[in-house]
Design a protein around this ligand. Structure first.
Ligand SMILES: [Zn+2]
Length: 378
């Protein structure tokens, strides 16, 4: 018995329209449409052809419908930045990764989710979230992705980049009880960290399950405010900025290495906590544009990778994981699982365990932001 939704899933993951798949399979488009609607079952030879065209094993199409995986914040800005076909491709890449993760979690010990859902202002929610995630309320978050995984967030690393966005989030699985953050590859660690915190903000503040009728802009602003407060606690940030002589681009460039937050996000945060006024914020952004920092900012912050999926694969399929077995067990193409696992960190790539640094920079020298393989700082 072929499952209708699996045909659609494989087709969308390969970025094919119904017509394009029909051409490759040698049937007419309405036939594909009927298979996907569950109105007709493909014959064995047609199923073979669909499997060949999508490069999925036939067993993939014969399993149950996929786990519940709402598109969440993928819908928030997606339409502005990408075509619907691109959006569906990204969605299916993440949905299948989620399904693997859930299956692997059932065979290992998953960390229970500790992500709160709060109906309070973003600033307060960020403070509460730090505590509930087990983070020190003060100082930089040394590794945002690691902190999320330790709080039971299922972090999915997609192999391909998204146009104009780095991440999306959703509550998924049974009872929509699993918080998921999907990250796209980017070289700029500061951007990735802020995006991850922004999506955490959506999970905490907006349940992340569906786009509301209107007011998306206000949700985005709230998630940004949450991320700013989560990454740069007001008092700590204020003390450090003032200790270095106040808000200017050179101060912020120095602080960027310690806090792992972009200069642009720090300017916004400085405005949010009243360190500068709107005039000064505008002036600083003009300078940022003039210096070409809008495209490339100075001070490299290493990107972060999630670890959990690969760790589970190592536990169950040895290290390095036997990709053939992993793929076969999940009825997937080996090439898909191989691509997916590349986005995850090996044990040696993981940064030191300390999640927050202790000494405020005001009373110590400014140190470089911790890169993977650096020794833990005390
Ligand atoms: Zn958002």
């Amino acid at each position: 018995m072929v499952n209708a939704s699996r045909i659609r899933q494989a087709r969308e993951l390969r970025g094919l329209t119904q017509s394009a798949l029909a051409d490759r399979v040698g049937v007419r488009q309405p036939a594909i449409s009927q298979f996907e609607a569950g109105l007709a079952q493909p014959e064995d030879a047609t199923l073979e052809a669909i499997a060949n065209a999508t490069r999925f094993p036939t067993a993939f199409f014969q399993q149950d419908a996929p786990a519940e995986f709402p598109a969440g914040t993928l819908l928030f800005r997606a339409r502005l930045a990408m075509t619907q076909r691109e959006e569906r491709e990204i969605y299916q890449l993440a949905a299948i990764a989620f399904e693997i993760a859930v299956a692997l979690r059932l065979r290992t010990t998953a960390i229970p989710a500790r992500v709160p859902r709060l109906a309070i202002p973003p600033e307060d929610a960020a403070i509460a979230a730090r505590t509930l995630l087990g983070l020190n309320p003060h100082g930089p978050v040394l590794n945002v992705v690691d902190a999320l995984e330790r709080a039971g967030v299922l972090v999915i690393a997609l192999p391909s980049a998204l146009p104009k966005r780095d991440a999306f989030a959703t509550w998924a699985g049974p009872d929509l009880g699993t918080p998921v953050i999907v990250l796209c590859p980017t070289e700029a660690g500061d951007r990735l960290r802020f995006s991850a915190a922004h999506e955490l903000g959506h999970l905490v503040l907006h349940s992340g399950t569906r786009a509301p009728e209107g007011g998306l802009r206000s949700l985005e602003l709230e998630a940004n405010a949450f991320a700013g407060a989560f990454m740069l606690p007001a008092d700590d940030f204020r003390v450090e900025v003032l200790a270095l002589g106040g808000v200017n681009l050179d101060t912020l460039a120095r602080l960027k290495s310690r806090w792992g937050v972009s200069i642009q996000a720090m300017v916004t945060r400085a405005k949010d906590i009243g360190l500068i006024n709107e005039e000064q914020r505008k002036y600083l952004f003009q300078q940022i544009v003039r210096r070409g920092w809008k495209r490339i900012e100075p001070v490299f912050v290493p990107p972060e990778k999630p670890r959990a999926m690969r760790k589970m694969a190592e536990l169950l399929y040895r290290n390095p994981p036997d990709l053939g077995r992993l793929a076969a067990d999940h009825r997937l193409p080996e090439e898909y699982v191989s691509q997916l696992l590349k986005g995850y960190a090996t044990a040696v790539e993981m940064p030191p365990r300390a999640v927050v640094s202790r000494a405020p920079a005001a009373r110590s020298r400014v140190v470089r932001f911790a890169a993977p393989k650096d020794k833990p700082r005390r």
